[in-house]
Design a protein around this ligand. Structure first.
Ligand code: FE2
Length: 424
């Protein structure tokens, strides 16, 4: 064997097992494996998980915070306007540099697959070309999936549909959309139909920003589910954000959830962003705005949590840590039961991996040896501590390491000081 990881806990509840790795894949998993390897890694009873996956991000905008100014109101619409101000000044080199810097942050945090939307409303397709280059550069260590995203509306922006098709022809993977930003509800519905028909023709997946507002009457997720069903796109379509569902009438939602399930549509909530951007027109009580995560899970709809933004026109914080995303999602959705907290861990690992269609993902014999060793005993503790990523492995090779979270206290009456593992 090339590598053996000893004494690891797994997400499925197995404790103290060994993981043997050969030729970049997991060759065996079991207690006290009697075999030798070129390298032994002692997990020390800590959790070994498949890598984090971010199903919703904007890598063309990341790390641009403050360019050319900050978002004063903090709203989604000012963020879109601000991005419009920045676009003419973008250069391909700066886009690539910022994206590569973010990918370094991601890898250090064990985040090895990202679906990023890329704005196609700039006729130069500068961001598309930059992110295709980034995708090529990071491929050995990070899976980057691109969504052709018509930020200004595929119908509202005159060249957006043609640009979106050009982007797909250049190698962008997924068809995006933003129906709630079209001029009217009818145009929004038409945009969903046009984009789903194009995806069906091309055999592509769909991931739309859908109903990202506090409008309880927004109905684009209904149209997205209808078109997915009509065109036979089951399992290939995702609705991102769906924040209007937070405000919708409960009776209507009781009809909507089975329609989404029937259509095989997945959902992505973006807790950090939803909790900061939504409810901005409210006084008090102020709505949380995040979509109905536990109710969707109970209805059999896959739900992932995305990071969405890191230091860009919409969000001034973030560091590529999907445990921070899971932590916020857990709080906003009040998913505090043991199973619910584990579902939050799945929402940043296995569920988005399935949405992206990643092959060979998981901790099982035959899967890629893409693994993260966390400074935590189990998924709940990992979320609680936003645990350090002790080791990140890609195809059997260690690509990032961080120390355990330790502290040394020097307290009165305890002259030797106290060393301890933070929070454990
Ligand atoms: Fe987004």
């Amino acid at each position: 064997m090339d590598v053996v990881i000893r004494n690891a806990n797994l997400v499925d509840g197995q404790r103290g097992v060994d993981i043997a790795i050969e030729h970049g894949r997991i060759a065996a998993i079991g207690p006290s494996l009697a075999l030798s390897a070129g390298r032994e890694i002692d997990a020390g009873g800590d959790l070994v998980s498949a890598p984090f996956v971010d199903a919703h991000f904007h890598m063309d905008a990341t790390l641009s915070y403050g360019l050319p100014r900050v978002n004063a109101s903090g709203t989604l619409l000012e963020g879109i306007a601000l991005w419009g101000e920045l676009k003419p000044d973008l250069t391909q080199q700066a886009l690539v540099e910022r994206a590569l810097q973010y990918c370094d942050w991601a890898v250090a945090r064990g985040l090895l697959a990202i679906r990023t939307h890329v704005d196609v409303c700039d006729d130069r397709l500068l961001a598309v070309e930059a992110l295709l280059e980034v995708k090529r550069l990071v491929a050995p260590y990070l899976d980057l999936q691109l969504v052709a995203f018509p930020q200004d509306g595929v119908l509202r922006s005159p060249t957006a549909l043609a640009n979106l098709k050009r982007a797909i022809a250049l190698g962008v993977d997924v068809v995006g959309g933003i129906p709630h930003f079209e001029r009217t509800m009818a145009d929004g519905a038409a945009s969903v139909r046009i984009l789903c028909e194009f995806a069906a023709e091309q055999g592509l997946m769909v991931d739309m920003h859908c109903d990202e507002s506090d409008d309880p009457m927004s109905r684009h997720i209904e149209t997205l589910a209808y078109e997915s069903n009509r065109l036979g796109l089951h399992g290939r379509v995702t609705g991102s954000h769906l924040t209007s569902m937070h405000s919708m009438d409960n009776y209507y939602v009781s009809k909507l959830l089975p329609l989404i399930r029937e259509a095989g549509v997945a959902a992505i909530a973006n807790p950090l962003i939803n909790i900061t951007l939504q409810g901005r027109h409210d006084t008090y009580p102020k709505r949380r705005g995040m979509t109905r995560v536990p109710e969707m899970l109970a209805a059999g709809i896959p739900v992932a949590f995305g990071h969405d933004c890191v230091m860009d026109p919409w969000y001034s914080l973030g560091s590529g840590d999907m445990l921070e995303v899971a932590h916020m999602g857990l709080h906003v959705a009040q998913m505090t039961g043991q199973d619910a907290m584990r579902a939050c861990f799945a929402a940043v690992t296995s569920t988005p991996a399935a949405i992206l269609g990643l092959q060979g993902y998981g901790v099982a014999v035959g899967c890629h040896a893409d693994l993260v060793l966390l400074d935590a005993a189990d998924p709940v503790e990992a979320i609680r501590l936003r645990a350090a990523r002790r080791m990140v492995m890609r195809r059997g090779v260690v690509i990032a390491e961080s120390p355990r979270a330790h502290a040394r206290l020097s307290l009165p009456g305890r002259p030797d000081g106290v060393n301890f593992r933070l929070g454990r």
